[in-house]
Design a protein around this ligand. Sequence first.
Ligand code: NAP
Length: 265
Amino acid sequence: MTRPSPRAPPAAKTPGAPLRVLILGGVGEARRLAERLAGDPRFAGVMSLAGRTSAPLEQSLPTRVGGFGGAEGLRRYLAAEGFDKVVDATHPFAARIQANARLACAALGVPLIRLSRPPWRKMDGDRWIEAADTVAAARLLGPAPRRVFLTIGRQGVGDFRLAPWHEYLLRTIDPPDPNDLPPRCEVILARGPFARDDEIALMRAARIDVVVTKNSGGAATYAKIEAARALGLHVVMIAPPLCLGVMVTHEIDEALDFLAASPSS
Ligand code: NAP
């Protein structure tokens, strides 16, 4: 019996059949792309979510939830479901699923594009201190106790236990694991978008003197950067992981062009 090579192209599609597209999602860009695919007869899209948030927003496409079991699990899923193309529209800091998508798509020869928002750029008046990751960010807060607005999501919060002498105000969408929290940490639960004036009021009321954030880009949470600028506060800005070896776009229309293009173009 001959086994198909893992690189073998998928079986020929019925002419006129819609293109099977998997969107790896979890953020607004993915949801907006799904809205466009849902109304387009050229595509049969499926949304994939990790299943991290307790109340995920509704999606316009059929949605599957949960991990695939690493790059090999994703490769098997793509092959079994006969996906023609994949859009990685995960969060800029979701490095593992991005790497898995690159590996699985390369193994099958399935075209992959990354749809991401551009990172925020420093502007006049910004007082940013760049950090490579959350451990570096915790160190950069320094030896003197400070009041820190921690807006990095739940992941990496445990690294701030390395700097327990600061007082933290942590804002997340879902409750963090209590074991991750540094000792002096107040938690507020909220989902963006946030308004600049509300962010200024929050930072003033909490007497914040430094903000720690991931450079996630996008408009929904940019108000904290504007607020820090207005208040003259330092921002420890954690850089997104590098995304190498994959085509990247910041535009939904370009992602659609990529999906619509024939395999040879
Ligand atoms: P990650 O570290 O890159 O992924 C961890 C594991 O979660 C992956 O190995 C994969 O499990 C599973 N996974 C992640 N995204 C998935 C998806 N779209 N569909 C199916 N499985 C997925 O990612 P993360 O930082 O934990 O983020 C998880 C999800 O939350 C992502 O989809 C991301 O877009 C969204 N999100 C992340 C952040 C953030 O700051 N990191 C913020 C907002 C939203 P298997 O290996 O078992 O396949």
